[in-house]
Ligand binder design. Structure first.
Ligand code: SAH
Ligand code: SF4
Length: 359
């Protein structure tokens, strides 16, 4: 039988369950502490709970929605964790140490890139996640559980969270918001909303809905084209919500939120890397008061796209900077947060480069 995971249960729901089970209310705080603060690996580890309560809990809830299947990469570098879900599907999360160039050699900050769906329905032509097609949404316990599991496996504390793994988070907004409530909640993980970035390919109604959400979550837009003509060649979503509509939604976002928007722009050779696109992108970014994150395309096996030369990437950035836009460009391969995240796919199904988990 499939039981719900504790990592997806809101404190109020747990309180109701305890009351129905005839348990005193103070147990809720103890259980939440074991799950979210101490990251207990088993019910037996919850030493201040009576054995009978531990048994009742185990009969009602699984402790985790995820089973660790494999890790790729070593400490101090980008690590990918592969998790098996209850139904036998797999998702990945990527743990990225702070870039020393940005934060200094001694920084021990970590960003976790979290998946929101198994596969993705949006079919961007350059993306590995899109290649796999859409399988299903992750539930709140599966989304929030990735943070606990990554902290357990690495022994590190996650300081930043980016919803840039597999899937389109805004196509799974209800579960995403439930997971965000758990990740930011005082009694649960308690990470500040400002440390959370949701990345979207541009789902206009959902951007508006998220703009109305009271928490100061950050938003990143996968733009990848400065005109409809270029963008819709690589992103089918642009036919449904063309740039004019997307930008109206972003204006609305800017009215509601204090944090600067980020425009993500993958540089793909001979597709979207002309200096003319750069100039138009600069105008959009200025009007939206957004910063631009340029990401040289990371090659995906089975796809024909390539990255432009470093010189070309620098020239593209220069156009933005000269126009007064804050634009980042990291040319080293493999360490880039966005590149590492954007490449997620179900490797278990293709058998590529996965190291079995130590059992
Ligand atoms: N669906 C959401 C979030 C997941 S993708 C979105 O599209 O925003 C996270 C980021 O990785 C997106 O900006 C995506 O365009 C980018 N990405 C996808 N494939 C990539 C690749 N091969 N190289 C570099 N970035 C890639
Ligand atoms: Fe889906 Fe984002 Fe990949 Fe597009 S870039 S296919 S929206 S995961």
């Amino acid at each position: 039988m499939t039981l719900p995971a504790l990592t997806g249960i809101a404190p109020e729901t747990l309180a109701d369950w305890l009351s129905a089970a005839g348990e005193p209310p103070f147990r809720a705080a103890q259980i939440l502490e074991w799950v979210w603060k101490k990251k207990a690996a088993s019910y037996d580890a919850m030493s201040n709970l009576p054995e009978a309560l531990r048994r009742k809990l185990a009969a009602a809830y699984r402790l985790s929605a995820l089973q660790h299947a494999a890790t790729q990469g070593a400490a101090d570098t980008t690590r990918k964790f592969l998790f098996r879900l209850q139904d036998g599907r797999y998702v990945e999360s990527v743990l990225i140490p702070a870039n020393p160039a940005l934060y200094g050699e001694k920084s021990d900050r970590h960003t976790l890139c979290v998946s929101s769906q198994v596969g993705c329905a949006y079919g961007c032509k350059f993306c590995a996640s899109g290649l796999a097609g859409f399988t299903r949404n992750l539930d709140a316990g599966e989304i929030a559980g990735q943070v606990i599991a990554a902290e357990q496996l690495s022994g590190e504390r996650v300081d930043n969270l980016v919803f840039m793994g597999m899937g389109e988070p805004l196509a799974n907004l209800d579960h995403l918001l439930a997971a965000i409530a758990l990740i930011t909640g005082k009694e649960t993980l308690h990470l500040g909303a400002r440390h959370l970035t949701v990345s979207t390919s541009g789902l206009v109604p959902q951007i508006r809905r998220l703009a109305e959400h009271p928490q100061q979550i950050r938003l990143a837009i996968s733009l990848h084209g400065a005109t409809d003509e270029v963008r819709q060649r690589i992103m089918p979503v642009n036919r449904k919500w063309p740039l004019a509509e997307l930008f109206q939604a972003l204006d609305f976002w800017n009215q509601r939120k204090n944090q600067k928007l980020t425009l993500e722009y993958i540089l793909i050779d001979n597709v979207n890397d002309s200096l003319e696109q750069a100039a138009i992108l600069a105008r959009h970014a200025r009007r939206l008061r957004a910063k631009v994150n340029l990401i040289p395309y990371n090659i995906v096996q089975g796809l024909d796209w390539t990255r432009p030369s470093d010189t070309r990437c620098r020239a593209f950035r220069e156009v933005l900077v000269k126009a007064g836009v804050t634009a980042t460009l990291r040319l080293e391969k493999g360490h880039d947060i966005d590149a590492a995240c954007g490449q997620l796919r179900l490797k278990r199904e293709t058998g590529e480069g996965i190291v079995p988990a130590a059992m």
